[in-house]
Design a protein around this ligand. Structure first.
Ligand SMILES: [Zn+2]
Length: 159
């Protein structure tokens, strides 16, 4: 049986935070604001994985009222959600995603993101697509106030 899920996330860009996307630290004068490390791509992928199985979303699973998730490393949240998927007999077939940011350039970091995510999720870097887009200077993302991500994940249960 195969199940598909979609995920979306957005975080505000502010001074004084590290910029971490796809589990990779990106050199930039601003970072994303959030209760955890605000890894917008991992959050979108987590929601797509949970959505594929019609489970509670990331905000319900890891509430921002829970102090233990303050500045949490999102790769740890991803590992927890992957375990939920695996315990239900599912593995990941492939992931397609977009990072939408006016700046900085994501391209140089994408190979690193793919290998970081592939290692956690038990798939090959070639099973993960990460596309870098801008917002053509339009809206909050285009005005460099925020970064967005979308993800689609296909899960398979061979049982
Ligand atoms: Zn988020």
């Amino acid at each position: 049986m195969q199940r598909i899920g979609i995920g979306y996330d957005i975080h505000k860009l502010i001074q004084g935070r590290d910029l971490i996307i796809g589990g990779v630290k990106i050199t930039h004068e601003k970072g994303l604001l959030g209760h955890s490390d605000a890894d917008v791509l991992i959050h979108a992928i987590i929601d797509a994985m949970l959505g594929a199985l019609a489970l509670d979303d990331i905000g319900t699973l890891f509430p921002d009222t829970d102090a233990s998730y303050k500045d949490a490393d999102s790769t740890i949240l991803l590992k927890k959600v992957f375990k939920i998927i695996k315990d239900k007999g599912f593995s990941i077939v492939n992931i397609d995603s977009n990072i939408i940011a006016q700046e900085p350039k994501m391209m140089p970091y994408i190979p690193k993101m793919k290998s970081a995510l592939a290692q956690i999720l038990g798939i090959k870097p070639n099973d993960i697509s990460i596309k870098a887009k801008t917002k053509e200077n339009l809206d909050a993302v285009g005005q460099k106030l925020a970064i967005e991500a979308n993800a689609v994940v296909l899960l398979e249960n061979k049982g």
